[in-house]
Design a protein around this ligand. Sequence first.
Ligand SMILES: Nc1ncnc2c1ncn2[C@@H]1O[C@H](COP(=O)(O)OP(=O)(O)O)[C@@H](O)[C@H]1O
Ligand SMILES: [Mg+2]
Length: 439
Amino acid sequence: MRESKARILVPAGSIYRVSGPMTIIVEEGRVLLGGWVYKSGDKISISSYRSYAFKALEQSVVSLILMPGSSIEKPVPEEEPLEKWIEVADNIISSCDHEDSGKPCIVYVTGPTDSGKTSFCSFLANRAIAKNKSVAIIDADVGQSDIGPPGFISIAFPEKPFLWMRELWAKELVLVGSITPSPVVGRIITGIKRLLETARSKNIDLVIIDSDGWVSGMQALEYRIDVVRSIDPSYIVVVGDDVLHASLSKIIGMNNKIVFIESPKRVITRNRTDRRFLRRESYKKYFEDAKELEISINDIVVIGSCLFSGINITNSLSNTLSNNMQCKILYASQLPGSICLLVSEDCELSRTDLQGLANTMNVGEVLVIRKGDEKGVIASVLDDKMREVAPAIIESLDVENMVLKIRTRYKGVVKGIVVSKLKITRDFEEAGKPTRYLI
Ligand SMILES: Nc1ncnc2c1ncn2[C@@H]1O[C@H](COP(=O)(O)OP(=O)(O)O)[C@@H](O)[C@H]1O
Ligand SMILES: [Mg+2]
């Protein structure tokens, strides 16, 4: 099947629902899509992973280039919540205007997976940009992140309209190191707060926070409440889950500022394979044309590593152990209550060896890293103000010369790196669960 073309006359006020891959060209009139008003001559490219509703604000003519898999239909009345989305977005923007306190207006958007959170965040951002507001978006969805790569939360400052948040680039990030929120709730909260500080320092009018879809169960509710209490948003928008809306309203008690909006009727559902594919695309976005960089470990700060968070005891330990272990220790580090070893690839250490070592050194744990573990570890780069400014991937670690090779798009001076336990393959696929230190 090849692409097909269509030209349709859309009467003023009519709504259509489209799903990609397709291109829409506005020939005549004005069309509202994703919160932005497109005019005659504008071209809109819709990805195969996205669907939207558009509304003609006056009688319009649109040309469609439909690729295989795309569709266009007219929603049945009451099915499409577009009017309500417009009302809620515009109310938020205008009431934020009145606050006029010099503080940014913070909008936290929550709801289940695929409910339309990211779509509403984009919608609100585009409407605010159209009204000349300065906007920041914090993408705090660690699993299906659209701005930064998975495992990060990030901030972007869109100045032009955009269709999908994936078009935006992170200006600053926080590496939380997990693609599911539950093990890293504290880091997510600290990360959002840090990025909010950045938005404040730039005098942003409106900060929109997108979030993960973990909303089911008591633990998820507690996490959501912790987030809300820490960031103290001006508005909470709950998408598509009226029970979540009721619970949050009851507990947080800022009822006039907790708004419920319906989810759009879903035309495209993402299965696990799609989600995995989209995560791979996100890594690719930041790493595909990243440049290799060699940094001297002694000149930078390394955060999140067990090898470089302690005192180098390589020589003294090797002397103590040389007789009773079959293993080459390449680097050893002493930390409070633990030691961390980098051993050669072929090294076999039994439980008894490790227990013996812990006893000799009088520590509670011995953490072992194998040469080669470092390849593909996800990290981020710190600038001279110790801000995480770009994602990075670790290529190799040479402890003899204390040189770390990374790949990143960052072009400034690297003053430090933050490393995670997340790892990806050469093909940008996730490699295993992040449970142990890799550096
Ligand atoms: N008005 C709409 N009509 C049809 N589909 C929509 C509409 N708005 C958004 N969608 C689609 O719904 C899906 C889920 O939306 P998304 O905003 O990514 O959800 P979430 O961020 O909550 O996971 C996406 O494929 C998106 O393109
Ligand atoms: Mg989303």
